[in-house]
Every structure is written in structure tokens, then in C-alpha cells.
Design a protein around this ligand. Structure first.
Ligand SMILES: [Zn+2]
Length: 71
């Protein structure tokens, strides 16, 4: 059963249709980070430190929302 879902678009990669799914927040985050390193390495490398922090905050916020939504 898939409980968690995270769209790449939600994190600002508008041209990407990837949706990460997982049974736990940890699994979801791991899959998403793996995806972003494989497919968005260029974008991530071009990000300023501030943008990277914002990206990470957004990711954590989206994961928090998932937890609130399901429990
Ligand atoms: Zn993507």
C-alpha cells in the first residue's frame, strides 16, 4: 500500500512528471533525493546555497503535510 506521494513539480521542477511514492516518509525522501540527484543534478548544482536551503525546507514541509494528511 502506498501511503506517501511527492511530485517533482511541487518542488519547482515544472517540466518533470516524476512522482515519488513510498511507505514511509524516510523511504519517500530517499527516493526523491535519489531522483533529484539523477535527473536534476544540473539544476541542483546551479542553485545558490539559499535556494538549496529553501528546497530542503520545501521538501520537509511537503513531507510534514503528508504525515498530517494521513494520520
Ligand atoms: Zn524530477
Amino acid at each position: 500500500m502506498i501511503l506517501y506521494q511527492l511530485k517533482c513539480k511541487d518542488l519547482g521542477f515544472d517540466s518533470c512528471d516524476f512522482i515519488a511514492t513510498g511507505n514511509s516518509e524516510t523511504e519517500l525522501k530517499r527516493k526523491f533525493i535519489f531522483h533529484s540527484m539523477c535527473f536534476h543534478e544540473k539544476e541542483l548544482n546551479e542553485m545558490e546555497l539559499v535556494q538549496k536551503i529553501e528546497f530542503d525546507n520545501n521538501l520537509n514541509q511537503l513531507l510534514d503535510k503528508q504525515t498530517n494528511y494521513f494520520f
